[in-house]
Write a protein that binds this ligand. Structure first.
Ligand code: FEO
Ligand code: CA
Ligand code: CA
Length: 680
């Protein structure tokens, strides 16, 4: 961060801070220099590099690669997504492919309980916000109720708040100056974070919230939770308010997530470091963010605590590291929520490690163990995998709800020969010993990043969502990792799995479990896509040649499989969208056969937004998407507006377009007009 820099949005300010690499060992290269800028298949074919020539012939070479790859496993009969591709662009509205409707289901501020007044942003208090749909919706999952596809519990993450368009009069966004943010604002912010659980029902095709459902619940930054797993009760998790080290208030920066086969919701704590505050100042008056934590100093430095992104610590001492050293060790975990019981206590599972979790996608392995994949969203951070100790029992929910409490967390090392080793994070093994500062498995989980450094995991280009293919479908045994971008990767510091320097557009890696065994110690991997414009040679993009000018994208973020086993990918370019000239959107991405590496645009967001979710209902007839932070990112670069948005003057008033209503992050339900499965 630089001094008194003002930013056009909260998101832009945090993004700028986030692009400072925090992994001290970004120089590590995993293989021979020959690996630079080549995909594994390129290396195996012995010919291609990411040069002007590659961009011109890369797509065809990719096609040749696919022909070579037509093994029986690939001859799956999976058909591509069928729809008329949407045109790319940027404007004030959302757009969906022809023949589909995208209806607003839940907006920031919508009541979640009966008898509440319609939303009035001028009357919003923390207490009110805690009973209304939260801000910046991210991951979405639906848990069906009953025997039909017409009712369910929708769980939605609320990742962060954008004060410049939430609160009237907050016209300055800076990470050094919070003088415009009041204690009342902070109360609303804390209540606008977390998770919403809302019953929804479908009448004559349209979904709507059921306000008098006893299931409806808001989980916020103040909701009591328990901590379990190897770090529960450890001294480093004890605070003045919780001498047990087993009880914590709230969850925050809930980004992507997952859902379990036993019907629970996994929400992940991503940029938790941004919420921890110090009053210490440098001589120039700027916050002094270094040298805090005492005995936690090494851990603080690796996790970049404090970061002063939010001023909660001015009013609540637990977020102030000058007053409470260990509170930050109680965030950065995966949290399990039982949506069927509104009185249940969410559980933070320390067995899955502490880092900036983007997501937590879950699959039952062939042997019954449960496997969860999660990326650490930071430049040069790692990809992780958790394998449960015990096995899933289809008819024993109580047993299953303990599966994430004990198991083995591993971190990924991508080898130049196309193999991938999962390196277990186990206290006492290898370098994870007292000589290196680890005294227990609790230490290993709390400082998972430091353990990953010592194990020489592969520093990646910002891991976002990671999705295993359904075990029953053609993508069984495959796992897809979205690497969003990493402009900070210097020339000469590329590695086989992150082959481009100054990687502005990101890439997608396909990992393959041998014999569909997600618990195996060694996988194989290859690149599925190098993102960016295939028509610009210097970009070094790699797509199926049938991908159109509308279909290519940059900065993959979230992903999901639909009910037919097809992969869909959303993007988050932040304020860098002018590099593609396209708003963020949802793309159908082929993984098999002739369509492998092909991408087509299905939906796009209004200006300044990113797209989260997506989530397909089991019947394949509804697709939920979450439009996050409309009117904020990159609106200065959008010529029809050309300035930062504020509450009074936003780039778009999506989705209401009412003169006194600010933009509102919202979840949409997309259906095919006249009914039927999406993209079939
Ligand atoms: Fe919250 Fe990595 O996006
Ligand atoms: Ca994300
Ligand atoms: Ca996902």
């Amino acid at each position: 961060m630089h001094g008194d820099d003002l930013y056009e949005s909260k998101a832009a300010a945090c993004e700028a801070a986030d692009n400072i690499p925090n992994n001290p060992d970004t120089e590590r290269s995993i293989g021979a220099v020959i690996a630079h800028r080549h995909s594994r298949r390129d290396i195996l074919k012995g010919s291609l590099g990411v040069t002007a020539a590659t961009a011109l012939i890369g797509a065809n070479a990719l096609g040749a690669g696919r022909a070579e790859a037509q093994t029986p496993a690939r001859a799956s009969g999976l058909t591509g997504a069928v729809f008329e591709e949407l045109a790319g662009g940027v404007d004030e509205h959302h757009h969906v492919a022809e023949g589909y409707s995208a209806d607003v289901l839940l907006r920031w501020g919508d009541p979640l309980f009966p008898g509440m007044a319609p939303f009035d942003p001028l009357k919003l208090t923390g207490e009110e916000q805690a009973r209304r749909f939260g801000y910046n919706n991210d991951y979405v999952a639906l848990f069906p109720l009953g025997d039909t596809n017409d009712r369910g519990l929708l769980c939605v993450n609320h990742e962060y708040t954008s004060p410049e368009v939430m609160f009237p009069g907050v016209t300055r966004v800076s990470l050094n100056d919070f003088s415009m943010i009041t204690e009342a604002h902070v109360g609303v912010e804390m209540a606008a974070h977390g998770v919403s659980v809302v019953e929804i029902a479908r009448d004559s095709q349209r979904w709507h919230p059921v306000l008098d459902s006893s299931h409806n619940r808001r989980i916020t930054a103040a909701t009591p939770m328990t901590i379990d797993g190897p770090a529960a009760g450890h001294a480093r998790l004890k605070t003045s308010a919780d001498p047990s080290g087993r009880r914590v208030l709230g969850t925050l920066n809930n980004c992507a997530g997952g859902n379990t086969p036993w019907g629970t919701y996994l929400t992940t704590e991503e940029n938790f470091h941004g919420y921890f505050w110090t009053d210490a100042k440098n001589a120039d008056g700027r916050p002094n963010l270094r040298g805090h934590g005492g005995t936690e100093a090494k851990s603080y430095a690796r996790y970049r605590i404090p970061s002063n992104w939010y001023s909660w610590g001015r009013y609540d001492p637990r977020f102030n590291v000058d007053k409470e050293t260990n509170e930050s060790n109680r965030f950065g975990w995966i949290v399990e929520i039982d949506p069927t019981d509104p009185n249940s206590t969410p559980v933070k599972h320390t067995a899955l490690g502490r880092f900036s979790h983007e997501g937590a996608e879950c699959i039952v392995n062939g042997d019954g163990r449960v496997v969860v994949y999660s990326g650490d969203d930071g430049t040069f951070e790692y990809i992780y995998r958790f394998v449960s100790k015990d096995r899933y029992r289809p008819d024993d929910r109580v047993h299953n709800m303990r599966l994430l409490s004990e198991g083995t967390l591993s971190v990924a090392r991508f080898n130049v020969d196309g193999t991938l080793d999962w390196l277990p994070l186990v206290f006492g093994e290898g370098p994870l010993t007292p000589e290196n500062g680890f005294h227990s498995q609790a230490d290993v989980m709390i400082d998972a990043r430091i353990a990953g450094d010592l194990l020489k995991a592969t520093p990646m280009d910002r891991p976002e969502d990671i999705e295993p293919g359904p075990m029953a479908g053609p993508s069984a045994g495959k796992v897809y990792a979205m690497l969003t971008n990493n402009a900070g990767r210097k020339k000469g510091n590329e590695n086989a799995a992150n082959p481009r320097a100054e990687n502005a557009f990101g890439h997608i890696i396909e990992m393959t479990a041998p014999d569909k065994d997600h618990a195996a110690a060694r996988f194989t991997w290859e690149l599925l896509i190098r993102c960016g414009d295939p028509a610009v040679a210097e970009v070094g993009a790699m797509w199926n040649p049938s991908t159109t000018a509308n279909g290519w994208f940059g900065s993959p973020d979230n992903c999901a499989f639909d009910s037919e086993g097809r992969l869909w990918v959303t993007t988050d370019q932040g304020s860098a969208w002018p590099k593609t000239g396209k708003a963020d959107g949802l793309y159908a991405v082929g993984t098999e056969g002739a369509q492998r590496g092909q991408s087509r645009l299905f939906f796009r967001v209004p200006v300044g937004a990113e797209l989260c979710g997506p989530y397909f209902t089991p019947d394949g007839e509804t697709l939920f998407v979450a439009v996050q932070h409309p009117a904020t990112d990159g609106v200065r670069e959008w010529k029809p507006f050309g300035r930062p948005s504020t509450f009074a003057d936003p780039a778009t008033r999506w989705p209401d377009f009412e003169p006194n209503m600010p933009p509102r992050p919202s979840v949409l339900a997309i259906r095919r007009n006249g009914g039927g499965r999406i993209a079939s």
